[in-house]
Design a protein around this ligand. Structure first.
Ligand SMILES: C[S@@+](CC[C@H](N)C(=O)[O-])C[C@H]1O[C@@H](n2cnc3c(N)ncnc32)[C@H](O)[C@@H]1O
Length: 383
């Protein structure tokens, strides 16, 4: 039985796209001498042009496996998420921060619902820019805006690179957790970097596609010189065995955003913890997680390109990176607390509670949004 046997089998065209990505990653491993850092593997699995999970044709976002999707995010769960965020944005727009820049806009749902809510508040931004790595998602975002907010779509532009300077509001929902991480394992008191090697599967040469797809790669640990240990891991107390992640890419991204932002506020919304919780001695298995057809599981080698791979965010690292770029942390709270303080309940109560058919699903979706983990925001005033 192959590892993914308890999960729905992908259709044949998806399996052949996954096989093509598997070959591409295999080539990258060979080119690198037989071993690839996990961050490189994750970057290829998620973003290899045309084949990666985010850059290829996977459905990705949706309510359940029947629509071929793998997970759902807060903007997809409920328009009240965007409406609540709009209540935070409106006073900032009124103060003259007239632009919004969204990173990783998914289906475009947050952009459309934010613009509609800001229009209602009488605080439409002059421009709404989106930076999106995936051409496939960019097309989906355009279609969502055309369908949900056609009169506002002309305000939206897609940027291929970060602007040199930006004044305004920056937002990224569940973007940091989609950035590649490095993996490290401490075994018998010694740190190793956990990377990826080919699994020699000659013995499986006659195996079916599904079997070949999930048997191509294995974790492979390499010794790490003491002075090569990332700073964040110095905080891991004790000498017990542990596997964990570091987030150089997300921190570099935060630094780049901070350097770009001349005046404004950044809202980064994601799963994660501060470092003390992230590297707590009891969190021995790390946070790497994969999502395939609404099943969460820990195997990043299953169906490369057909499943999401994610790791929680170390928000202390993000705060330090933001501070390096001159930002100050304006707030850090659970998503539930943030949404409540920003008035999600008041917005919900504007619906008629006696109209069970519309009120109950809306209230359930809001409750689900509030169950999601963390919220961080960083701000800066003009320099
Ligand atoms: C988990 S999805 C979240 C999508 C959307 N924000 C939502 O909440 O539904 C992650 C998104 O981040 C994007 N992404 C990852 N790294 C990025 C980067 N460096 N710049 C812009 N987008 C990025 C992916 O392409 C994808 O659209």
């Amino acid at each position: 039985m192959h590892k993914g046997a308890s999960l729905p089998l992908p259709p044949a065209d998806a399996l052949s796209a996954s096989a093509a990505l598997t070959a591409r990653i295999g080539q990258a491993i060979d080119d690198a001498g037989g071993w690839l850092g996990f961050d490189r593997y994750m970057a290829l699995a998620l973003y290899a042009p045309g084949l990666g999970y985010y850059s290829g044709g996977a459905a990705k976002f949706g309510r359940d496996a029947r629509d071929g999707s793998d997970f759902i995010t807060a903007p997809e769960l409920s328009p009240f998420f965007a409406r609540t965020l709009a209540r935070q944005f409106a006073p900032l727009l009124a103060q003259g921060l007239t632009q919004v820049l969204e990173f990783g806009a998914g289906t475009g749902r947050l952009a459309a619902d934010l613009l509609l809510a800001l229009e209602q508040e009488g605080q439409l931004p002059e421009h709404y820019a989106i930076v999106e790595l995936s051409g496939e998602l960019r097309a989906r975002q355009q279609a969502t805006l055309a369908a949900r907010a056609p009169h506002l779509a002309p305000r939206v532009a897609w940027l291929d690179t970060l602007p040199e300077h930006f004044e305004g509001i920056v937002v990224g929902n569940e973007v940091l957790d989609a950035m590649p991480v490095r993996l490290f394992a401490r075994s018998h008191g010694r740190w190793l970097e956990r990377g990826v090697a080919r699994l020699d599967n000659d013995a499986n040469a006659d195996a079916d596609d599904a079997n070949a797809a999930d048997a191509a790669f294995v974790f492979s640990d390499r010794p790490l010189a003491a002075d090569a240990l990332p700073e964040a891991l110095h905080a891991v107390a004790g000498d017990h065995d542990i596997v964990t992640e570091t987030h150089a890419e997300a921190e570099g991204f935060t630094r780049a955003v901070g350097t770009m932002l001349k005046r404004g506020v950044v809202f980064l919304i994601d799963y994660g913890f501060p470092a003390a919780e992230y590297y707590h001695p009891q969190r021995v298995g790390g946070t790497l997680m994969c999502h395939y057809r609404h099943h969460a599981h820990p195997d990043p080698f299953l169906y490369p390109g057909l499943q999401d791979i994610t790791a929680h965010v170390n928000f202390s690292g993000i705060a330090h990176a933001a501070a390096d770029a001159g930002l100050t942390v304006a707030g850090f709270a659970s998503q539930a607390r943030f949404l409540m303080n920003a008035g999600i309940t008041e917005l919900l109560m504007a619906l008629d509670p006696n109209d069970a058919r519309s009120f109950l699903p809306a209230a359930n979706a809001v409750q689900n949004c509030c169950r999601r983990l963390r919220w961080a925001s960083c701000s800066r005033s003009s320099r």
